[in-house]
Design a protein around this ligand. Structure first.
Ligand code: 2AM
Ligand code: CA
Length: 265
């Protein structure tokens, strides 16, 4: 599969950061047994990965702006282009030695996501998409799953944790969805969750309370794999609202309806 120059730049940055995370992940697994735990070490690993991506992308495309999890917004001379980057998505998994974490890099051009890369270094799975060019994992073309009945599906979600999100709302959503599907999964990396929907491994996904860097690349992966993504109201404010509902056309529609169903007394 021949990649465009742009995608190559993004892949190189994501994989270089991924290799750094992989080395640190090995060490984190050893630190689990210490009382202090690997918390500070993980923050450092996260920052190191972000520095690598920032350096690589700044060198390859000087002037582009950034929105990054650690640095926040960094404006550039070129106001048409912005990188949206999460150097380590699935931090809690990483901290606990669970190999479900990813690097997420997206490029926004004039407010539209035009390229996305999600890399899971622990499994060496590289997901790529460019607008109009399809989505791939490594060299294999991706297609969302074809199931059309909610009762046949496995649906991913995110669970708000201590101090975050509206726990009561989530429990209503969960109660609605679990009564209609064949399985629910919670992986802990929204970027990877969306990549799994693009790959047809999960039939759909919903989560609220996310940030733009968690989902920018994954949204394009799903669209380029033939899927649908919206916010919980069916609109396109995902990057601003941090809410996503995803699936193929039928599952997206059904999941949207189910997630937002008012709870019966
Ligand atoms: P993170 O690992 O980069 O923090 C899991 O439900 C998803 O929620 C992950 O993508 C995770 O990204 C994100 N997440 C966890 N804590 C968060 C927080 N405090 N604010 C925003 N997103 C968060
Ligand atoms: Ca994240």
């Amino acid at each position: 599969m021949a990649r465009s120059a742009l995608l190559n730049v993004m892949v190189q940055a994501a994989m270089k950061a991924g290799r750094s995370l992989s080395r640190d992940f090995g060490e984190v697994q050893n630190l689990q047994v210490s009382m202090k735990g690997p918390g500070d070490y993980v923050s450092q690993a996260d920052r190191k990965a972000e520095d690598i991506i920032f350096a690589e992308l700044s060198r390859a495309r000087p002037g582009y702006g950034f929105l990054m999890e650690e640095r926040g917004a960094v404006s550039g001379d070129d106001d048409q282009h912005r990188w949206i980057v999460d150097p380590l998505d699935g931090t809690t998994n990483f901290l606990h030695g669970i190999p479900l974490f990813s690097v997420s890099v997206a490029l926004e051009r004039q407010g539209q996501i035009v390229a996305g890369v999600v890399y899971n270094p622990a499994m060496d799975e590289l997901y790529t998409a460019e607008r109009g060019g399809g989505a791939f994992v490594n060299d294999r073309r991706l297609r969302v799953a074809a199931r059309t009945k909610l009762t046949d599906t496995v649906i991913g979600c995110g669970v708000p944790h201590l101090g975050r999100g509206h726990h009561g709302n989530f429990l209503i959503e969960l109660r609605n969805v679990m009564g209609e599907v064949s399985g629910i999964r919670r992986m802990g990396s929204a970027a990877l969750d969306l990549a799994y929907v693009a790959a047809g491994r999960m039939d759909g996904f919903w989560e609220t309370g996310l940030s733009a860097w968690d989902i920018a690349a994954g949204i394009l992966l799903i669209r380029e794999a033939g899927g649908f993504v919206s916010d919980v109201g069916g609109g396109q404010t995902m990057l601003e609202s941090g809410a996503v509902v995803a699936g193929n056309e039928a599952i997206h529609r059904a999941l949207l309806k189910t997630v937002t169903k008012p709870l019966k007394a």
